[in-house]
Design a protein around this ligand. Sequence first.
Ligand code: SF4
Length: 348
Amino acid sequence: MTDLASLSFEELSAFVTGTLNEKPFRARQLFNWVHQRGVTDFAQMTDLSKALRERLTATASIGKVEKDLEQKSVDGTIKFRFRTHDGKLIESVYMPSPDRKTLCVSTQVGCAMGCTFCMTATLGLKRHLTPSEIVGQVHAVNLELKKLGEKAERPLTNLVFMGMGEPLHNFENVKTALGILRHEQGPNFSSRHITVSTVGLVPMIERFAVETDVKLAISLNASNDETRSQVMPVNKRWKIADLLDAVRKFPVKMGRRVTFEYVLMQGVNDSDQNAHELAALLRGLPVKVNLIQYNDNPGLGFHSTVDNRAEAFRAILERSEVPAFIRANRGRDIAAACGQLANVDAAP
Ligand code: SF4
């Protein structure tokens, strides 16, 4: 069976006009039902003839994820756990703020990158998510927010691909999902409101720059190769200099400024010397740095930087004319913060 929710608009059009021998406008109707209204049952598509709905039921499916668990943080963050058709568990995190409603999306079941500070890494990589499982998280959370009283047709305003998995390790499916999420017949997100985060798969950054139009964040997390290779094994393959070369080539016009994410870990990467090293690496590049205080994970052996250390680190970057911001931690109490997603139940 063809999973229609995993097809780009162009692929769906080819399926409708070729396989089904229907008029092209039927593809628009179908795409709209699935990706604008979040409908996953052909029987509910009332502007399609009964005969067409029966043919669709016989030849195609609409891939989705099912809500399995929902946990609310005291700060308004909601962690959703979803179950895939084959029983795998993935997580998405909804983060409301006064000016935006952001969803952090997963792209893989587990992750192969092995970052030593991250709970997801402990799962290993189980499999890539399909496009329908990636966009399905967005559709499902939009529907949940409407149930909670949100009036907007599409309550979510921003998406960050920073959940479980390395998005550029699943590039083809992520690219298809981005095309669907950006499409005017679908959710129609602005490119400026979507950010994809990577640990730094350099050849894929080059493809990402050319083949997509959304924003890029890079998880840097160290100011020198020695430390970065210890906490992020990917650095043994592509060094910081390789990463910065890729950033220099990145098309920064039209708001595509690159963000560096830097998780501050006590005694690992948070000294004044680290801040000066980082400033020397980034000075003059059209980038900004998000500083994130580490969220303690049981058993991994890393600890959060204290508040005044984080501020001292930020101030050194700022004095060196590298824009830096301390990013508020969201959902710590429900294990929904950065590096904490691992399908485990948070303590109440
Ligand atoms: S930090 Fe991201 S890339 Fe690294 S192991 Fe965790 S999920 Fe994977």
